[in-house]
Design a protein around this ligand. Structure first.
Ligand code: FMN
Length: 182
């Protein structure tokens, strides 16, 4: 069965949908949702987020070169969709319309989101053009996890019920875990 380009991309399911915060040149925070993201390096720890140049977030990242990555749970699906639909350009106060609250980060200027269960503070290491998006690689300079969801060296995504975007309005949440017995 042949697929068009949008359908092809949806064949690869993703890491937890996250809200990325950035700041503009006036120091004002913006938040937007990102489901295209990936770990890229253990040492130093690095993650990549795929950012369309149409996002206000993209301009913030290229000028301030810092972002925070905040993993939210299914309880915040409305807010994830809201900040993922509204642009700061038209709705500079979009965060005020949500239940998401900002708190100071430890090492970067963009604040992080209190309601998250995973927080990563990142400094941009490189930006690479790829088709209609840019691969923004960030070095994780600080990270924390809600200890309720950390056990035996593993993040309990299934218990935290993080959101994994399939496409459009659909997400996988938690799900069954399979352990290889080999
Ligand atoms: C669930 C979800 C996932 C998204 N993932 C991405 C993504 O990976 N990359 C991207 O460039 N935009 C993504 N978006 C779109 C942006 O979040 C959206 O365009 C947002 O309004 C940008 O806000 P800004 O212009 O204030 O930066 C996603 C939106 C939603 C709802």
């Amino acid at each position: 069965m042949e697929l068009d380009s949008k359908e092809i991309i949806r064949l690869i399911q993703t890491h937890p949908t996250s809200v990325i915060t950035t700041v503009n040149d006036e120091g004002v925070c913006n938040a937007a949702s990102f489901s295209w993201l990936s770990p890229v390096s253990f040492d130093p720890p690095m993650v990549a987020i795929m950012v369309s140049p149409e996002r206000y977030t993209y301009g913030n990242i290229t000028s301030n070169e810092e972002f925070t990555l905040n993993v939210l749970t299914k309880h915040f699906i409305d807010d994830v969709m809201y900040v993922g639909k509204e642009s700061f350009r038209d709705s500079p106060n979009k965060l005020e319309d949500t239940d998401l609250r900002l708190e100071e980060s430890n090492k970067v200027e963009p604040p992080r989101i209190q309601e998250a269960v995973v927080w990563m503070e990142c400094v941009v290491d490189g930006i690479h053009e790829a088709g209609d998006h840019f691969i923004v690689v960030g070095e994780v300079v600080a990270a924390e996890v809600d200890e309720e969801f950390w056990k035996d060296g593993r993040f309990l995504a299934e218990e935290a019920e993080t959101l994994h975007h399939i496409g459009g309005k659909k997400f996988l949440v938690g799900g069954n875990m399979v352990e290889w017995e080999g």
